[in-house]
Structures are given as C-alpha cells and as structure tokens.
Design a protein around this ligand. Structure first.
Ligand code: NCD
Length: 355
C-alpha cells in the first residue's frame, strides 16, 4: 500500500504538492474542481482499490476519528459504501437516518447541523432531498462535509467513481485509462438527475465529449451551456459512443406527467441489445443504480459481461469514498504538507471554500 507521501512522489508534476493538490475543505460538488484535482482524487483511490481486493481490508489512517453519515433521503448503496469506506480506514462511523432523527420532529436543518457539529465529528457525509441543503450544513460546521447527493444538484462521489470505473475498464482492455477523447452518452432523466450534472462536469473537465439524451420534457433548458450536445433521438446519440450511461427516471422528483408510459419510454429511450449495437463496437455500459430493469435498461444489457460496468461502479465507489475521506481529513490529522494554515481557502471565515 502507498502512503500519502510516497504517492505524492510517484505522481510528481501531475499536480501541485501537499494540500495545493486539493485545496478544498470539503467535497460539495464537482463544480469548481480542476482537472488535476479530479486526477489527484482518482490517483489517490488506486491504493484503496488494491487494499479492497485483499482479504485484510483495513487501514488505520482514520483511527480515532468519527464520521457521521447524515442521510435525510433513502439510500442503500451510497450509505453502505460510505460506511464501509470509513470503517476500512479505521474510523468510527455513525449513521443517522432522517426517519429516526429530530428532523421528523420539526428541527430545522441549521439546528441539526449545530447538533452534529457539537458532537465533534471529523467528517460529515450528507444526503438530502433539497438542492443546496448540503452547502447550508457545510457552512455551519467545523469539519469537512461530503455531499452524498443533494436534490437534483450534485452527487460528486458518483461522478468520481464513474471516472475511476472507466479508467480501470479502459486499462483492462490494454488502453491508457485516459478519459480525455472518449465520447460518452448520458441518457435518461437528465432534468432531475444530480448524477447527470456531476458527471457532465467531471467528464467535460477530464476532456471527454459528452452527449446528453432525453425526451424534451426531461431535458434541462440550458444544458448545452454546460459544454454538452443535446439529443432527443437515442439512436443518433449512440452513434459513435464509447460509453453509454443510463439513468433512472427520478419519479420522486417529478411533479406531474413527464413521460407517456414506461412502455413508451422503453421503446424510445430504453437500452436494448439492438440499440447498443448502434454505438461504437465495444461500447461500455454504466448505470449508477438503482436500475429499473426493462424500463431504461434491459437485463440482457445490464448483465452483459465485459460490457456492463455496473458492479465495477459499486466496487470503485468504496475506493473513491475512502480517498475522499482520507484526503479531506489530512489537515485535521496533521499530515505533512497539509497544515491548516497552508491551504489558501482554509481561512476562519471560509472565504472561497470549496464549491
Ligand atoms: C443515484 C442517486 O441517488 O442520485 N443513485 C445512487 O447514488 N446510487 C441515482 C438514482 O437514484 O437514480
């Protein structure tokens, strides 16, 4: 296993030394992160991919630290992934579910934040149904905050784990693992998807050509301003694609009728084997889960060995979350080069804190 210091030496020149490599207090989104900062987190995750493939999956970097996973919205894989990540780094991990918390008794988000802060957590991971709620909490607490999905805004660790999954899949095929130059088609409920938003930001920053495809009602109005090409015709969006990322219809965020019927939706936007054949040969298939098999993706595509990366995405999720937790707690742990007064945006007033 590589220690943070060896690691920095190994990648000398790829990004600035010490905390300048990732000068942010928390991870609230991909917006505002630079190419080399994304690469830094991806590179950091490699040691955790290796550790997680051993039978003894335990490091002690975060021993004695307390991580609170505050999930105000339902989640299975993301919560489990963050919990496993914290535990594998030796931290004490506590999960707070909104259903059991005072939120149900009407406590304001700010009061909840103050309570979490008073417990002296060393990192707080938050999922919330409202866009912007994570930032609101981050502004009130003293420790790093990681966004595990806020409304339709961002889901940064999902975009990072998707990039790490792609890198590994491309390397397994003998390539360099470079995301730059790939054509990635993201298809589904772009309008309500924080996964789409974070992935558009990450993939374009990493140099991929990104296409988004959705029925008109599920396409955000100004999406092309994000540097992507918008399609309503899935076959056209697939032509020449190296990767296709399918998204679930976010029914919980829809008010009113956005699609005629699941059957009609599958007909136009479902990924079937026949449709996949329109993409570039060897096109990789991704889905963040949970999947609606037979709606946005057919089972024979989702389970296609060598093509579907869906289980690899889950594996890479743990490694990415370990990397984020380890990097973001370096200042508090006094890791050399990561002293609190070193990073430019680590000021008491938090001016310029991470986006
Ligand atoms: C996504 C989410 O919650 O935003 N899932 C996840 O994190 N595994 C996507 C979704 O719910 O469709």
């Amino acid at each position: 296993m590589t220690s943070p210091d060896n690691h920095a030496a190994k990648h000398e020149g790829r990004y600035p030394p010490g905390s300048a490599a990732f000068p942010h207090r928390g991870l609230l989104g991909i917006a505002g992160l630079e190419n080399h900062q994304l690469l830094f987190l991806l590179d950091e995750a490699e040691q955790w991919v290796a550790l997680n493939r051993q039978s003894h999956k335990r490091a002690e970097h975060l021993a004695g630290l307390t991580i609170i996973n505050a999930f105000f919205e339902n989640s299975t894989r993301t919560l489990l992934s963050f919990e496993i990540a914290g535990k594998r780094l030796g931290a004490d991990v506590v999960n707070m579910h909104a259903a059991q918390s005072s939120v149900k008794k009407g406590e304001t988000l700010i009061d909840t934040a103050m309570t979490l802060n008073a417990m002296r957590a060393d990192a707080i991971v938050i999922r919330h149904a409202s866009s912007g709620a994570v930032r609101l909490i981050a502004d009130k607490v003293d420790c790093p905050v990681l966004n595990a999905g806020d409304g339709r805004h961002e889901h940064p660790t999902q975009a990072l784990l998707d990039a790490l999954t792609l890198r590994h899949a491309l390397r397994a095929r003998g390539g360099s693992g470079e995301i730059a130059g790939l054509t990635v088609t993201i298809c589904g409920d772009i309008l309500h998807s924080r996964v789409a938003r974070s992935n558009i930001l990450a993939l374009t920053t990493l140099g991929a050509e990104v296409r988004v495809c959705a029925p008109p009602a599920l396409m955000p109005a100004e999406v092309e301003a994000m540097g992507v090409t918008a399609f309503h015709d899935f076959d056209a969006a697939l032509a020449g694609a190296d990767v296709v990322m399918m998204l679930r219809l976010q029914a919980e965020r829809m008010q009113g009728q956005f699609i005629p019927s699941p059957r009609e939706y599958r007909h136009l936007y479902g990924l079937t084997l026949e449709r996949l054949a329109r993409a570039r040969p060897g096109c990789l298939v991704m889905h963040p889960g949970p999947m609606n098999r037979g709606v946005e993706i057919d089972s024979n595509v989702a389970d296609l060995v060598g093509t579907s990366l869906i289980t690899a995405q889950v594996e890479m999720g743990v490694a990415i979350r370990m990397a984020c937790l380890e990097v973001l707690t370096r200042r508090a742990r006094g890791v050399a080069g990561w002293e609190p007064d070193w990073a430019p945006d680590w000021a008491p007033d938090r001016a310029g804190a991470s986006a």
